[in-house]
Design a protein around this ligand. Sequence first.
Ligand code: ASP
Length: 439
Amino acid sequence: MKKVVKFGGSSLANAEQFRKVGEIIRSEESRRYVVPSAPGKRFDGDTKVTDMLYACYAAAEAGEEFSGKLQAIKERFREIIQGLSLDLSLDREFEQIAADFSAHAGKEYAASRGEFLNGKVMAAYLGYEFVDASEVIRFDKNGVLEAEKTNKLLGKRLAKCEKAVIPGFYGAEDSGKVRTFSRGGSDVTGSLVAKAIMADLYENWTDVSGFLVTDPRIVENPAVIENITYRELRELSYMGATVLHEEAIFPVRKEGIPINIRNTNHPEDKGTFIVESTCRKPKYTITGIAGKKGFCSINIEKSMMNSEIGFGRKVLQVFEDQGISFEHIPSGIDTLTVYVHQDEFEEKEQQVIAGIHRAVSPDFVEMESDLALIAVVGRGMKSTRGTAGRIFSALAHANVNVKMIDQGSSELNIIIGVENRDFETAIKAIYDIFVLTQM
Ligand code: ASP
């Protein structure tokens, strides 16, 4: 059994957190490949080491004195090293970093040092080999991951290690120039390592006990999703639910390696399993509810629209020409409504309206703003009768007016449009009817 274990910044914010991580790793022989993030926030209002590095490098690039800022970063690592009573000095590394900052080595190089240094600490703490990510994770000149090359390099290098620490978030071009993923990218590193070593499981340790059925800012203490498929996760993430970096899914999904989201502060919790497919029934009919505010609808009416072949294409062409992506296009017999992101649409509103008039000569164009979309997602909805009925009666009881309904034929999700001000009420009502009443 081989597991890749990735730990997020809050799991490694100080020595105390490191100790919890050490215990987790040592409690299972199979936890052989460790991917650490940089130290994150120790308390509310604290600054992540990655952000400290960005700020420090910005000062260096502007030609300002940056030694104070670098010292503060060194202090974060000193606190961890001392707290763990490690016999480790990072003086040489910090000297190199100071020299590289003065020579303007690049923002991505700067940001990567948090993971690099934390990887060194982790390797010393566990007694595992340190494998520098810049040797095994390849980016092209545009900063795009070279997946094939990376997989080969990683596979070959790690075949030689029984146990290793591979810092997250960064890699390098062939030339050696360090590049990073976008923020939160250590998740991607973990996934790449899992694929390369053909892991049985990719454990992603964070500060929540898994993927929650809905946003805890809206529903107090929501239930944890035990099992979720990649498709369900994609739907929920698209609608704003975040736990994992989006790009972390592809490498392991293709290989059929499950991801297990776990909580470093509550290792006894089983967390959430993200899998390609499962015959395990979801605990509730729905798997999750997510949503976003800030949409606009453009309602276009024209009598006899339905017999005008190409009408829809012409309307969508106008949006395409303006570089606006559409979210949904529910239609009636003589009406077609296009849902778009308000912020993308607002500045081009008049050009779009003029374009629609020119393209299809509608009888009427009406717009509505401040709308929210809510996705109710779940593989359990397929062939379960009455799901839609329950959603809409719950919304009616909560006095929420439904503006739009969209259910794809996959029956994986139902999308509901409501006014922004009804957003939270609607989510609570749906949660209550499917989860609270079933508990
Ligand atoms: N340290 C990086 C960030 O703060 C990457 C990561 O934590 O995954 O975004």
